[in-house]
Design a protein around this ligand. Sequence first.
Ligand code: GMT
Length: 379
Amino acid sequence: MKIGIVCYPTYGGSGVIATELGKGLAMRGHKVHFITYAPPARLEHFHENIVYNEVRFADYPLFDYPPYETALASKLVDVVKYEKLDILHVHYAVPHASVAYMAKKILISEGIYIPTVTTLHGTDITLVGKNPVYEPVVTFAINKSDGVTAVSESLKKDTYENFNIQKDIKVIYNFIDFDRFKKTNKEHFKKAIAPNGEKILIHVSNFRKVKRVEDVVYIFERVVKNIAAKLIFVGDGPERQNVEMLCRQLGLCDHIRFLGKQDAVEELLAIADLFIMPSASESFGLSALEAMACEVPVISSNAGGLPEVNIHGLTGFLSNVGDVDDMAKNALTIIENDEIHQKFRAAALANAQLYSLENIVPHYEEYYRQIIEDSLHLK
Ligand code: GMT
């Protein structure tokens, strides 16, 4: 198949999944065109089946906001038409689903029917999309997609609850590339972070409000009172400054390292003992899955799709959003006892293996085939 993929090219989960999907499809012999405004962060190497098409903007002094949607729709029309794509897969509904619809209508006027698939990733539904500022367009565009997928049962349910959707939504979970995410020996990193054998807690996110990063500090404050421990923060974003200030106020700076954005997250997960994800909302929790693939148990909230990924009492523990006492207690249950810790590590890996790239990518392939077949009569 010739597949067009539209996504945010950043470190965010939707962009990561879209890029890893494109890479996985290319490995399976499909021709993949990424259509984005910058090279996707995880698209590191040349592959003969992957083409990157940059969306370029023509600026003009009149524009306070350059018309991204118009530039993207025009680029989609161009790539679909001249590269003869079979299907267009857009990730994150806002604004990609409505842009895809616009491109589709233009192409129909030229006698071409391009089936479109929209993947809902989370905040496009739970935060941004349901805001009345965007909702009518998002509802319309989802209903006009030929296929719609969501990354968890929870997100599917949220979508039906928040929008008037007539289409069937297929759940296709996030996935992980085990060639990259696996526990490796990084003893020298461990020595640098925890020279006295302290336990290492880790949090990886984009430091947005929804991640409740301050809760990570409060959990750590409680943990470090009971056991020698260090905390690593990976990532950056709007809340980082507040979180750094909180660490200073609580006198925890000697135990906490802010590493900022890192490409090789797996090398840091390799030295971690526990992953902390206290999010207020999380459609799936890709970074928790990445941790589990590296044999790191997860202490998380029970928001959204997290209970589908982090199995309570097996791969980690779930608590109500904001219940930092319970999260700290659960953290200690795992890391204070080596035998229990090893059991959780093994179960985390076993559960993550269900979400391997090899298991999940074929679901997308099969779905594309079905959508293309269903739209044949529209051509
Ligand atoms: O978590 C973020 O803020 C990034 C966001 C995105 O859209 O880039 O991630 C969402 O998509 C991921 C991939 O499907 C999911 O694993 C994350 O759970 C989801 N984030 C939220 O729902 C908050």
